[in-house]
Design a binder for this molecule. Structure first.
Ligand code: GLO
Ligand code: MG
Length: 346
């Protein structure tokens, strides 16, 4: 097992959320971006991930010149804080024009809006000195199967990604699959779908993926296998570690919170693929529990990183020779117990 990767960590301003859910309002006072950046710096994280409108609020109401000015101001603020922007993602799921999907809306004007907004997201990324765009295809799917044409939707998705790739030759796009929520059924539910879609674009080399643990679990998959699959194509360009207790709403729990062994296997997969060696970041797409008091607001992020680093130790001290002997003997009962005892420690 390689022992030399020093991981770099990241989160987004939305990961210091205020506690609102579909059933109730915030439980903590709304905080400014500067406060959130201050927390990121205080915790010693290396990078921040952005939605386009985290970087430039009300992006649609602003001119290109304003957009350039505000993103450059942000770049300076980040530089002064010693933090970089890891990714920028177009937040396509808030606008009234994307109610029925962005790139795959049935309304051509809405599809055009989604593309225009994505190109401006690329401009923001450029101003921030960041060349990785994340596409979480939130509303690209259907509530009822008959409402949209899935075959045509694939063409729309490819056309939208092609426009983004043509807009700027240096950007790369990482697709973040999720099988459901907010949609009943999403068009790009897994890494296999994301990479197959990438292969249809004008420049597949510049289209990769982002794995989120909870999204893989919601698709009924093991996130560690998704990691190995993506890495075997050289396509894992970003990562949202978190956890999820079974098939229910997207929980964004702290990493390892629901299933430590599944978390361990993700770390083992990252280690064997040398994730991070090409500058990739470990981001935690986690949320505080709604019950969290103001004074404990950052605990879910600190805990996720702490668990991650402890599991890196577990991966690096995993008794591989012993495990290999048990594998050769097809003694999986003993292998199972070896893993459990390794995780529990002495
Ligand atoms: C929601 C997603 C979301 C994205 C983020 C970046 O389920 O995980 O948090 O990661 O918007 O595109
Ligand atoms: Mg995510």
């Amino acid at each position: 097992m390689p022992k030399d990767i020093t991981y770099k960590f990241c989160f987004g301003p939305w990961n210091l959320s205020e506690g609102q859910d579909p059933y109730g309002p915030p439980t903590r006072p709304v905080q400014t971006f500067d406060w959130k950046l201050g927390q990121l710096k205080r915790l010693g994280f290396d990078a921040m991930m952005f939605h386009d409108d985290d970087a430039v609020p009300d992006v649609d109401g602003k001119s290109d010149a304003q957009l350039a000015r505000e993103s450059k101001e942000l770049r300076k603020k980040l530089k002064d804080a010693g933090v970089v922007a890891e990714i920028v993602a177009p937040r396509l799921w808030f606008d009234p024009r994307t109610i029925d999907g962005g790139y795959t809306s049935n309304d051509p004007k809405c599809r055009q809006f989604a593309i225009r907004r994505s190109l401006r997201c690329i401009d923001i990324a450029n101003h921030l000195g960041c060349n990785l765009i994340v596409l979480w295809l939130a509303r690209e799917g259907s509530y009822i199967r008959e409402s949209k044409n899935a075959r045509r939707s694939m063409d729309y998705l490819v056309a939208a990604i092609d426009k983004m790739l043509a807009h700027d030759k240096r950007i790369r796009i990482a697709i973040e699959p999720k099988p459901n929520e907010p949609m009943d059924v999403a068009y790009v539910p897994t890494i296999g779908h994301a990479l197959a879609l990438a292969s249809l674009t004008r420049d597949p080399k510049r289209v990769g993926c982002l794995i989120e643990s909870a999204h893989a679990l919601l698709a009924g998959l093991d996130p560690a296998d998704e990691i190995d699959f993506a890495c075997s194509f050289g396509k894992l360009w970003s990562l949202h570690l978190n956890d999820q207790n079974g098939l229910k709403f997207d929980q964004d729990k702290p990493f390892g919170s629901a299933n430590l062994r599944v978390a361990f296997n993700q770390v083992l997969a990252l280690e064997r693929n040398r994730y991070g060696a090409r500058g990739e970041y470990v981001a935690f797409d986690v949320h505080p529990f709604r019950t969290t008091k103001v004074e404990h607001w950052t605990a879910h992020l600190e805990n996720s990183r702490r668990t991650f680093l402890k599991l890196v130790e577990k991966a690096r001290t995993y008794p591989e020779a012993q495990a290999n002997k048990l594998i050769a003997d097809r003694n999986y009962a003993a292998l199972d117990q070896l893993v459990l005892e390794h995780l529990m420690g002495r």
